[in-house]
Design a protein around this ligand. Structure first.
Ligand code: F6P
Length: 324
């Protein structure tokens, strides 16, 4: 491999820039050229490329978002789109790829690499923490901290007014942010995509909270849970149990931004560094991830096919015990 192409794709996540920096500098240190591919797979199809040097990644370790931009790209789902992308990579002399993103990004990388035989190593970057093969994904720690900060602020006003708040957090299929931020923020209840919660049970819980003279109540609702999000849950609860003055806050995309935490910066640097080392050592169609405190590779096929359940049983049990 002499020229490495690097790109980010799908939802951005804090730590992507720190990861780009590490990968670019590790490749340059090994005497390789690096090309930044802008706007993910769309940029591959449009040949939106730019050569990178070590100054291209100066002063970005602390920045949220991704300097390489990102996009979701339908054209890449077709063989014609991928052929166009590969022709552009070939024309630019790119003979190895580093992809940073989530499962959609990895699906594209797996197919492109297999169809056109281009060595590819993937890095888990998504706030959802929903990938098999890595205990943590880039951006998850920062996003969880952002949510806790928001819950703390909501708690101040909720307690002052004796109110019930439903706070919706991201996680289409994953309750990692909801469970961890809920526990760290002392939430009274947490609704998760992985676990069903009957509204009647939630109402019972809220009723006992009211009887035990709680001055505020916060329910964390993961966006992908079965009752259809915080507004619906609030409406359902209100129709059965109208004791509290009720408010809804949707945290939305603010969870995706912000300066990465120290944990995410170090993880990003380790993953970027390891990804280049594995690519140059001849590995392909693998994801680098953190397992225990070690960086390990997992075949992309396994990452994409194995189901993840990252919610610890003790935490699920503790959630109910600690909220009385
Ligand atoms: O994949 C991360 C994620 O933040 C999900 O939790 C959320 O549902 C989705 O992205 C939102 O994506 P978009 O930015 O396309 O609205």
């Amino acid at each position: 491999i002499s020229k490495v192409g690097i790109f980010t794709s799908g939802g951005d996540a804090p730590g992507m820039n720190a990861c780009i920096r590490a990968a670019v500098r590790t490749a340059l240190h090994a005497g390789k050229s690096v090309i930044g591919i802008y706007h993910g797979y769309q940029g591959m199809i449009d040949a939106d490329f730019q050569e990178m040097n070590s100054r291209s990644v100066s002063n970005i370790i602390q920045l949220g978002g991704t300097i390489l931009k990102t996009a979701r790209c339908d054209a890449f789902r077709t063989p014609e789109g991928r052929k166009q992308a590969y022709d552009n990579l070939k024309m630019a002399g790119i003979d190895g790829l580093i992809a940073i993103g989530g499962d959609g990004t990895f699906t594209g990388a797996e197919v492109l690499s297999r169809e056109h035989n281009i060595p590819t190593v993937c890095i888990p970057g998504t706030i959802d923490n929903d990938l098999y093969g890595s205990d943590f994904t880039l951006g998850y720690d920062t996003a969880t901290n952002t949510v806790i900060e928001a819950i703390d602020k909501i708690r101040d006003t909720a307690a002052s007014h004796d109110r019930l708040f439903f706070v919706e957090v991201m996680g289409r299929d994953s309750g990692c942010i909801a469970l961890n931020a809920g526990i760290a923020g002392g939430a009274e209840a947490i609704l998760l995509p992985e676990k069903s919660t009957a509204i009647a049970n939630l109402c019972n819980q809220l009723e006992s909270a009211a009887k035990s003279k709680k001055s505020s109540t916060i329910v964390i609702v993961a966006e992908g849970e079965e009752n259809g999000g915080a507004y619906n849950v609030a409406k359902e609860v209100k129709s059965r149990f109208d004791f509290y003055d009720t408010k809804v806050t949707i945290l939305g995309h603010l969870q995706r931004g912000g300066s990465p935490s120290s944990f995410d910066r170090v993880l990003a640097s380790r993953l970027g560094f390891a990804a280049i080392r594995h690519l140059l050592a001849g590995e392909t169609r693998v994801m680098v991830g953190l397992r225990g405190n070690e960086i390990k590779t997992t075949p992309l096929e396994e990452v994409l096919n194995k189901k993840v359940f990252k919610l610890s049983e003790d935490m699920l049990e503790m959630m109910d015990v600690l909220s009385i």
